[in-house]
Design a binder for this molecule. Structure first.
Ligand SMILES: O=C(O)CCC(=O)C(=O)O
Ligand SMILES: [Fe+2]
Length: 347
């Protein structure tokens, strides 16, 4: 069995970095090198990838991973240094499958393998057709507030916040998200800062923080989830959840996503936003890293950038994203195929 297959580095800012030994990296790179097709047999591919990872890291390594996944170690922000696909310089052009832009599937299999520690891997149909989504800047989405946009900063947000409240009793928001780099925009590429919400709340006036614990906010559905004839927002709901020192933020702070009835609540949110910027951990999601982020305890953002896109529409930046859920039976109320769920608000 491999000894010291995994090493952890605890940063003062709260981020835990995970390094696999040379031997483990080589084994994973070998075992995961075949190209990937996520249109079929996703359960099986996840089980296989997880088995390979566990065999590579051994029992002690698996223990380390499961503690990170259970959040009993750390504050919910983990950066895995992973083997990755080599020689990939561009994303697939619009409309083309990811596996046409590269011949190996190392990043996807690493994400599938790691996802099991954080829950049940899935995607939301309104955003992604397969369990792993592709965050690629597109010219037609240049000024959108989505993962395909680039001109606008995506301010701090938790993912799919509305789905935490939309069906009372069913938390349909991801427990965690994994973000991994496939290729990188070399010049002036974006950053993906993250922030530990509890650390930010500690910097706030407690009375202001308490305002956000009241049902004070109306949350809009993410842009791509909105449907003709269906509600476009829910609320009022609290946006700061949880006990002192372990707060979670359930909101998206970019324009158009949140409305308050009282101006004082808006001021409280700007105070929180400033505190989040103060504790922010600068990350770049580039080849060789996979960030695992507990959704809510950690919020993430993406800086604005000018995307580099060639004449065929291929971007230099390509990030992959996967959600995990803690209670998949809640998702099973919705139509699904290969772990992609068609979430809908009740009429
Ligand atoms: O592109 C990134 O680095 C993150 C994008 C993001 O937060 C999103 O698509 O929700
Ligand atoms: Fe996001």
């Amino acid at each position: 069995m491999p000894v010291n297959s995994i090493e952890l580095d605890h940063n003062d800012n709260g981020l835990i970095e995970v390094f696999f030994s040379r031997d483990v990296r080589d084994r994973l790179e070998d075992a995961f090198s075949q190209s990937v097709d996520l249109s079929l047999n996703v359960d099986h591919q996840i089980e296989l990838a997880q088995h390979v990872l566990h065999c590579a890291v051994g029992f002690e390594g698996s223990q380390v991973l499961s503690r990170l996944g259970a959040s009993t170690a750390g504050e919910g922000a983990v950066l895995f240094h992973i083997p990755h696909d080599r020689g990939v310089h561009f994303s697939p052009p619009p409309g083309k499958a990811a596996n046409q832009a590269k011949s190996t599937g190392i990043v996807e299999r690493m994400m599938l393998a790691l996802s099991s520690q954080f829950g049940f891997a899935y995607a939301v149909k309104a955003e992604d057709p397969e369990v792993i989504g592709h965050l690629i800047p597109r010219l037609e989405a240049y000024s959108d507030f989505t993962g395909e946009g680039s001109q606008q900063e995506l301010s701090f947000h938790s993912e799919n916040s509305v789905w935490r409240h939309a069906l009372p009793g069913f938390d349909l928001a991801p427990r965690a998200l994994l973000l991994a780099g496939v290729c990188e925009q070399q010049v002036r590429g974006p950053t993906t800062p993250i922030a530990i919400v509890a650390r930010a709340v500690k910097l706030m006036d407690p009375a202001m923080a308490n305002r956000l614990r009241r049902p004070c906010a109306h949350l809009s559905l993410p842009f791509r989830h909105r449907r003709e004839g269906s509600a476009k927002r829910i609320g009022p709901v609290p946006i700061l959840l949880g006990s002192l020192g372990r707060e979670e933020l359930c909101a998206a702070l970019y324009p158009g996503m949140i409305e308050f009835d009282e101006v004082a609540d808006e001021i409280a949110l700007s105070e929180l936003a400033a505190a989040l910027r103060e504790v922010a951990i600068p990350l770049r999601i580039v080849p060789g890293v996979c960030a695992a982020i507990m959704n809510g305890a950690i919020v993430h953002s993406r800086s604005s950038f000018e995307p580099v896109i060639d004449a065929q529409g291929r971007a230099e930046r390509w990030v992959e994203r996967l959600f995990t859920h803690a209670r998949p039976e809640s998702l099973l109320h919705f139509a699904n195929r290969e772990r992609v769920f068609d979430l809908r608000l009740p009429i």
